[in-house]
Design a protein around this ligand. Structure first.
Ligand code: ADP
Length: 464
């Protein structure tokens, strides 16, 4: 087992890795930018090293500085968390070359799955259904109109190197096709290393259903069931739950099997996620594979009673999985809400000093956060400041616990989306589990109409 792990991340996920390391008796090294000295991951790690200035490009994305830090501290492994360098194949390769274990899949797997066009091709070869679309990247406009016509509008233009919901354009009619390709290409070129784009049929209100997978270096791979992540705004997840309210045993068996085929196709090692779109007619399609721990992993931990980060560390250290597919089953229900430092009406980020922070607790409530009273949410990084995760014997119990926990969560000094989260889980479509990726658009549309009726911002209950 590793003796010392460097955590190449910040915020709640860095703390999450520290928790796992403490339980495993592994020392931890926090890296931080010069504005992050007061962050909790720095305080709770055994050692810490400053790796550069505030801008991520110079610190949390600075491969040289992070590798140097690992060498100076004598870390034998690096946990990348999510975001930053977690899906950077170059970083994983450099770690391997320096004799440092990268806690994640092999660099080659990250590279192959990070290229969405190549991932699609790999899945087609493996026999996993993919969303109907172009065979490869769109090099020219030749034949594009015919292809889009044969897929049927709407279609979606997506960046092959895309992530975080960027580089996507929905096209409703042939007249908009060219402009959308150019816009997606420009956005992709500015945000990612490549401006390659491809086209897919756009499903109008599918569910986003993903399967957690876990593989070791001996060829064992299992899935840890599904997560329902249809509650999204601008392709970004807001609430996630496990299991999915839509799932029955037969669908779970078929989708789980497809997830395993996908994982085996790339000889997957470590924790990963296979994302699918489930259409209203019951067809499902592979969308992409995320080669890292996900933000929403705690809901899976709650229903499987496993510790995914400890599992990641164990398989990276060369241990074999201690369970097989038939040993796994679902226990109860779990729902996660992402708490963001943002205006609940305009969604603008609201960094600043947290003056009061009263976290909820009690039966069935877990809070993953690096925030505290006196902490300043920095403008340089992600606005997610906490993940509030409830579990219960049933969906109803998990939901009622999440509702009371949201209500009793007090954060003052900055604006948060707590009122929005409360509004979402009270919405009839959410309560009944009738979800689709259009859910948030419908909710915000209704809210806008209510605003017109009420004059201005409607009153809401919950934390101001
Ligand atoms: P990213 O890597 O940027 O997160 P994804 O490919 O995972 O992008 O897609 C993010 C979200 O965009 C999905 O969860 C879904 O809501 C939407 N989406 C992507 N492709 C399609 C599609 N073909 N039809 C409908 N919605 C899609």
């Amino acid at each position: 087992m590793f003796k010392k792990i460097l955590i190449a991340n910040r915020g709640e996920i860095a703390l999450r890795v520290i928790w796992a390391c403490r339980e495993l008796g592994i020392r931890t090294v926090a890296v931080h930018s010069n504005v992050d000295r007061d962050s909790l991951h720095v305080r709770f790690a055994d050692e810490d090293i400053c790796i550069g200035p505030a801008q991520s490009a110079d610190s949390y994305l600075n491969v040289k500085a992070i590798i140097s830090a690992a060498e100076i501290c004598g870390a034998d492994a690096i946990h990348p968390g999510y975001g930053f360098l977690a899906e950077n194949a170059h970083f994983a390769k450099v770690c391997a070359e320096c004799g440092i274990s990268f806690i994640g899949p092999r660099a080659e797997t990250i590279r192959r799955m990070g290229d969405k066009v190549e991932a699609r091709r790999t899945m087609i070869t493996a026999g996993v259904p993919v969303v109907p679309g172009s065979e490869g990247v769109l090099a020219t406009f030749d034949g594009l109109e015919d292809l889009a016509q044969s897929l049927g509008y709407p279609v979606i233009i997506k960046a092959s190197a895309g992530g975080g919901g960027r580089g996507m354009r929905i096209v409703e009619s042939p007249a908009d096709l060219r402009g959308a390709v150019e816009a997606a290409r420009a956005e992709a070129g500015a945000s990612f290393a490549s401006d390659e784009v491809y086209v897919e049929k756009y499903l109008t209100n599918p569910r986003h259903i993903e399967f957690q997978i876990l593989g070791d270096s001996y060829g064992n791979v299992v899935h840890l069931f599904e997560r329902e992540c249809s509650v999204q705004r601008r392709h970004q997840k807001i609430l996630e739950e496990a299991p999915s309210p839509v799932m029955d045993e037969e669908l779970r068996r078929r989708m789980g099997e497809a997830a395993l085929v996908a994982a085996r196709a790339v000889e997957y090692e470590n924790a990963g996620t296979v994302e699918f779109l489930l259409d209203e007619d019951g067809s499902f399609y592979f969308m992409e594979m995320n080669t890292r721990i996900q933000v929403e992993h705690p809901v899976t931990e709650n229903i499987t009673r496993l510790d995914l980060v400890k599992e990641q560390i164990r398989v990276a250290a060369g241990e074999a999985l201690q369970f097989r597919q038939e040993d796994l089953s679902i226990h109860g229900w779990s729902i996660e809400a992402r708490v963001n430092a943002e205006d609940p009406w305009t969604f603008r980020p609201c960094p600043g000093l947290i003056t009061t922070f009263h976290p909820p607790g009690g039966p069935g409530v877990r809070l993953d956060t690096a925030a505290y009273a006196g902490y300043t949410v920095l403008p340089h990084y992600d606005s997610m400041i906490a993940k509030l995760i409830a579990r219960g014997k049933t969906r109803e119990e998990a939901l009622s616990r999440l509702a009371r926990a949201l209500d009793l969560f007090v954060i003052e000094g900055i604006s948060t989306n707590l009122p929005l989260l409360a509004e979402i889980i009270a919405a009839p479509a959410f309560v009944s589990g009738q979800l689709g990726t259009r859910f948030m658009d419908d909710l915000l549309e209704e809210r806008a109409q209510r605003d017109v009726l009420w004059g201005e911002t409607p009153p809401f209950s919950g934390t101001p």
